[in-house]
Design a protein around this ligand. Structure first.
Ligand SMILES: CC(C)(COP(=O)(O)OP(=O)(O)OC[C@H]1O[C@@H](n2cnc3c(N)ncnc32)[C@H](O)[C@@H]1OP(=O)(O)O)[C@@H](O)C(=O)NCCC(=O)NCCS
Length: 192
């Protein structure tokens, strides 16, 4: 008969593999995964513009279009190899010389089934690195007041809330506020 010392604790699952990278094209499979992630994030509560899922074709066109916009860089987040979210780094238009030092972080999301693995934090940090590498010194972003997870994330990463827009978005017939943030991007210390 087995005694207690023979009983082994169940093996822990290996840690999820996280990866964030810049995308400049997609395979069909990758585009499918990205659209699926966006669709489920919109259903769960949106947060990057859409309130109602726009349908698969519209999402596909949207993400293909993002890759074509010169001022936009798309960063994708993968969990165990599968795309589960994205964020966009948006550069100022060329005519905006006065704000040529500042970029925007927009449309960041992680699919509900991939949350809680630290991917949004990694995604945000990669976008910051991307912005820094392009020479930007400020990163701006804004969120709805109801996006509590995002608010916690940006607060914890040192973003400064500088203003509240009282009429920022309308969801379900209700007007909600938006919080505006910025972060100064310190240049990376040079290695000796
Ligand atoms: C906000 C969002 C991107 C976070 O994704 P995630 O990968 O689960 O986040 P992470 O695992 O990287 O968590 C990073 C931090 O976010 C905050 N956070 C994440 N989930 C949270 C939750 N459910 N409640 C409160 N804070 C939360 C925490 O500060 C967390 O840090 P901690 O784990 O050290 O406590 C995701 O919830 C989402 O897509 N929401 C809808 C879209 C949205 O709000 N986008 C952002 C603005 S456009």
């Amino acid at each position: 008969m087995a005694d207690a010392s023979d009983l082994q604790a169940p093996a822990k699952p290996p840690p999820a593999e996280r990866l964030v990278e810049r995308a400049d094209n997609f395979t069909e499979e990758e585009l499918n995964a990205l659209c699926e992630a966006a669709h489920s994030a919109i259903i769960e509560g949106g947060g990057f513009g859409w309130i109602n899922p726009p349908g698969r074709l519209a999402l596909e066109s949207y993400f293909r279009g993002v890759l074509l916009v010169p001022e936009r860089e798309l960063f994708i987040a993968r969990l165990n190899g599968t795309i589960v979210g994205s964020a966009q780094l948006v550069r100022p238009p060329r005519n905006n010389e006065a704000q040529a030092f500042a970029a925007h972080l927009m449309h960041s999301f992680i699919a509900p089934y991939a949350r809680g693995h630290g991917l949004a934090r990694l995604l945000t940090q990669r976008v910051e690195e991307g912005a820094r590498a392009l020479g930007y010194q400020v990163l701006n972003l804004d969120v709805r007041e109801t996006q509590e997870a995002a608010i916690r994330l940006y607060d914890s990463l040192g973003y400064v809330r500088w203003g509240t827009h009282p009429h920022y978005a309308r969801v379900g017939g209700e007007t909600i506020r938006g919080f505006h943030y910025y972060k100064l991007l310190q240049p990376r210390a040079r290695k000796a």
